[in-house]
Design a protein around this ligand. Structure first.
Ligand SMILES: CC(C)(COP(=O)(O)OP(=O)(O)OC[C@H]1O[C@@H](n2cnc3c(N)ncnc32)[C@H](O)[C@@H]1OP(=O)(O)O)[C@@H](O)C(=O)NCCC(=O)NCCS
Length: 166
């Protein structure tokens, strides 16, 4: 059984391992390994302190996935959040992405965000389908040079506004 719970300080090391594992797939995230553990710890503790939504999927007490919304940038965009998420490969395609996203978006609206944005590579069709089902709309396309692995890294910017949900 996999539980979806708000992240706590006790989850940080396990979260860091999962983040590193997904980053090293070199397909889905914009970085190829997790930031150092102390940076990750500072990021998580700040999210908890500020009340920014971050949920983790737990299997046998270990973090196997996450979803978070953090402010896009400075005060001007204070109510615009950026969503990031991922699951270990063996936990994909079981509806966990949807459960993580639903919990995190609900918390984001409750925390006062009015719009949530994300970026996703065009080749990441599984993630794009999930975002479309949740109501995210395509806002911009940023062409990128093709990599040598044939994966389409054209960057799509997608957004969901609180008002547009119904
Ligand atoms: C993107 C990601 C988080 C999506 O999570 P997920 O759990 O695979 O997504 P979902 O919950 O929507 O499930 C996806 C598919 O699983 C299947 N599925 C959903 N619920 C299911 C269930 N209860 N039982 C069996 N299969 C199920 C469905 O076929 C669904 O696809 P479809 O309905 O669109 O055809 C995950 O694939 C991932 O971690 N990818 C790598 C990292 C990444 O891409 N991060 C985002 C970067 S922008």
């Amino acid at each position: 059984m996999v539980e979806i719970v708000p992240i706590t300080a006790a989850h940080i090391e396990s979260f860091h391992r999962t983040l590193d594992c997904v980053a090293r797939e070199r397909r889905y995230l914009s970085f190829v390994q997790a930031p150092p553990l102390d940076k990750t710890r500072a990021f998580i503790l700040n999210n908890i302190h500020e009340g920014y939504p971050q949920f983790v999927a737990l299997s046998a007490g270990e973090v196997v996935g996450w979803c978070d919304v953090t402010p896009k940038s400075g005060p001007i965009d204070a109510r615009v959040g950026v969503l990031g998420m991922g699951l270990l490969p063996q936990f994909r395609h079981q509806g966990l992405g949807r459960r993580l996203m639903d919990a995190t978006l609900e918390a984001a609206w409750a925390a006062g965000f009015s719009r949530v944005e994300l970026t996703v590579y065009r080749g990441n069709t599984n993630a794009i389908r999930l975002y479309q089902k949740a109501g995210f709309l395509l806002k911009a396309v940023q062409p990128r040079e093709a990599g040598n692995d044939g994966f389409d890294r054209t960057l799509l910017v997608m957004a969901l506004a609180l008002d547009s949900r119904h």
